[in-house]
Design a protein around this ligand. Structure first.
Ligand code: ZN
Length: 90
């Protein structure tokens, strides 16, 4: 019987993905969750993301709330998650 492999953490690929992590922290009054913004991560990485918001943003695991509808920011985050380092702009 084929059974689905347990999902692994999207960030480290080494721990079970147990926590749905929303890339954009929900602001007050925001209703509903955008499934496009959910990454499944493990407990360790989820804690790291929560404790290091700036680094997590650098790595593409978090977007500032004002970037929620910013396509360029989403693309940058996606590329960062894939491991493409970009030089500081400017
Ligand atoms: Zn992880």
């Amino acid at each position: 019987m084929a059974r689905a492999e347990p999902q692994v953490c999207e960030r480290c690929h080494a721990e079970p993905a147990v926590d749905p992590h929303e890339l954009v922290r929900q602001s007050q009054g925001d209703t509903g969750t955008d499934l496009d913004l959910i990454e499944m991560v493990g407990r360790e990485c989820h804690r790291w993301i929560t404790e290091h918001p700036v680094l997590a943003h650098d790595e593409g695991w978090a977007l500032w709330s004002y970037e929620r509808y910013d396509g360029d920011a989403h693309h940058r985050a996606w590329m960062a998650r894939l491991g493409f380092r970009h030089e500081q702009e400017g």
